[in-house]
Ligand binder design. Structure first.
Ligand code: SF4
Length: 290
């Protein structure tokens, strides 16, 4: 099946590597991790970021998540029945030399798992990208799917667990299995990375062991999560600020726990911590009500 904008997928399942899906980082020859040990080996042996991302995007190390992501890609949601689904791990996306990294927990079954791009294709992503655009960190106010022309500025996005989990809840074992992908990605980015924004408490908790594995000294006790909470790590030559942000889930935005203004405040905080200058986008939202 081929969508109007070109991505190719198996008619009844996930996109095959290297068959024309926009921004597909993998080819049919990309090595596939089949278990946690192979994740560690393939992550550690990737020679550069593009190779790492390609390997992430074909991983099959978590049987429960592989079965779920591919089942969703075959059955689909009625509203998207005519679309191809990505149905593979959602690799890190955005600048390959970012100053800001945005970390979520896991992609959504009919969001990233459908569109092939992290935080794209559901209500949370709509709110998130609108804020990034206002804050000058994205070139467009919307992110529709891979191949739509959207670009991140100074920024990269990644999920701690690369595959959509049933009920949006990965197990601790699945989170730990996926950790080497994220640790290695952070290691590749570390030279210029100055701020990490964690979307939600789960992403905040998932980050600390990953930072440790990536060679960053982690404070003890670990800092408490909160909206706008800041932890300053690293030395004067390579500072790194970790910032907490309430997750822009549909429930949080509907109930007003997270507003457009609150998101803008955090991303402007990240810009400042990362030393990003100029290109302020459309400007922050005037909605600063809690
Ligand atoms: S969650 Fe991570 S480790 Fe598990 S299959 Fe997906 S990419 Fe691989």
């Amino acid at each position: 099946m081929t969508a109007p904008d070109g991505p190719a997928a198996a008619p009844d399942g996930p996109a095959r590597p290297g068959t024309g899906w926009p921004d597909d980082p993998a080819t049919p020859d990309t090595p596939v991790a089949q278990d946690p040990a192979q994740v560690r080996t393939l992550a550690a042996s990737a020679g550069h970021l593009a190779e790492l991302v390609a390997r992430e995007s074909v991983c099959r190390a978590c049987p429960r998540l592989v079965a779920w992501r591919e089942e969703v890609a075959r059955v689909k949601r009625r509203a998207h029945a005519a679309e191809p689904y990505w149905g593979r791990p959602i690799a890190g996306w955005g600048s390959d030399q970012p100053r800001i990294l945005i970390l979520g927990l896991a992609p959504a079954a009919h969001g990233g798992n459908r569109t092939g791009r992290v935080f794209t294709g559901d209500r949370s992503g709509d709110v998130l990208f609108a804020s990034l655009y206002r804050c000058g960190l994205a070139t467009q106010p919307t992110s529709i799917r891979a191949g739509d022309g959207q670009r991140l500025l100074h920024t990269r996005m990644v999920a701690a667990v690369r595959c959509a989990p049933p009920a949006n809840k990965p197990t601790v074992a699945e989170r730990d299995t996926c950790q080497p992908w994220l640790a290695e990605e952070i290691r590749f980015l570390a030279g210029g990375l100055r701020a990490i924004v964690c979307l939600g408490a789960f992403a905040w908790q998932a980050l600390w062991p990953v930072l440790g594995a990536a060679g960053v000294t982690v404070p003890r006790p670990r800092p408490a999560f909160g909206h706008g909470a800041e932890a300053r790590l690293g030395g004067p030559d390579r500072p790194l600020t970790v910032i907490g942000c309430y997750h822009p889930s549909q429930q949080n935005t509907f109930t007003g726990r997270v507003t457009a203004g609150m998101l803008d405040t955090v991303f402007l905080q990240a810009r400042s911590a990362a030393g990003v200058k100029g290109g302020r986008g459309a400007g922050p939202s005037s909605d600063y009500s809690a």
